[in-house]
Design a protein around this ligand. Structure first.
Ligand code: AP5
Length: 200
């Protein structure tokens, strides 16, 4: 099984690239943002709670995120792999995630960190706001989301760097070029894993 986290600030292309990479390597694409928006659309009690955090550009509390994600991810335990888009976003989420994967003997393999200039992030999200229908796609909330990323999510770069799992990829290029860059990282990982299996 191949477990990948696509990591990066809002607007860096996590959703766009996760979907392309999932298709290329036949992985399940699991986006917590999409999962939560779907819950909001259904109008469930949980959906209403999630919506309140998302509309403010704040992170959903860890206990709610972990519960929602676990309920969904467990269904894909026998898939060739999962690409996690927008999860984990806090140290607590990352630590619990590691423990769960360890128990399942299915470790996280790669964390791909999208690097995009802040001006470009804002430009992309403002551009998308015209037809996304997302309540968090307005200048004030976009700026808040970027700020929240810096305060609460960016520290995870250090966490995964220390585990030797972090790979930085520049997202400052056309979509296809960025996909090629990510695929190179994934292919290198797969080749090394195959070689390692032959040796032991
Ligand atoms: P989420 O849905 O994950 O939103 P986000 O992280 O703010 O990211 P976006 O979806 O805005 O951007 P993206 O990086 O996916 O880029 P995209 O491909 O869309 O989360 C929403 C909310 O849910 C959070 O704020 C939080 O409240 C809650 N939440 C979710 N997960 C959580 C968690 N784990 N813990 C707590 N709370 C959580 O691209 C953006 C735009 O740029 C698009 O228009 C796209 O077409 C365009 N674009 C993409 N790539 C390129 C390119 N290379 N060149 C030019 N344009 C491009």
């Amino acid at each position: 099984m191949l477990n990948i986290v696509l990591f990066g600030p809002p607007g860096s292309g996590k959703g766009t690239q996760s979907s392309r990479i999932a298709q290329k390597y036949k992985l399940v694409h699991l986006s917590t943002g999409e999962l939560f928006r779907e819950e909001c659309r259904k109008g469930t009690v949980v959906g209403k709670v999630l919506g309140r955090y998302m509309e403010q550009g704040a992170l959903v509390p860890d206990n709610i995120v972990l519960k929602q994600l676990y309920k969904t991810a467990i269904r894909f335990i026998h898939s060739p792999g999962i690409i996690f888009d927008g999860f984990p976003r806090t140290l607590v989420q990352a630590q619990v995630f590691d423990k769960i994967l360890e128990k399942k003997k299915n470790p996280l393999n790669l964390v791909i960190c999208m690097v995009v200039e802040e001006k470009e992030l804002i430009r992309r999200m403002i551009g998308r706001s015209e037809d996304s229908g997302r309540k968090d796609d307005n200048r004030e909330t976009i700026e808040k989301r970027v700020e929240v990323y810096h305060k609460q999510t960016k520290p995870l770069i250090h966490y995964y760097h220390n585990q030797g799992k972090l790979f930085r990829v520049s997202g400052m290029a056309p979509v296809e070029t960025v996909t090629g860059r990510i695929a190179k990282v994934v292919d290198t990982f797969i080749q090394h894993r195959c070689l390692w299996k032959k040796v032991v």
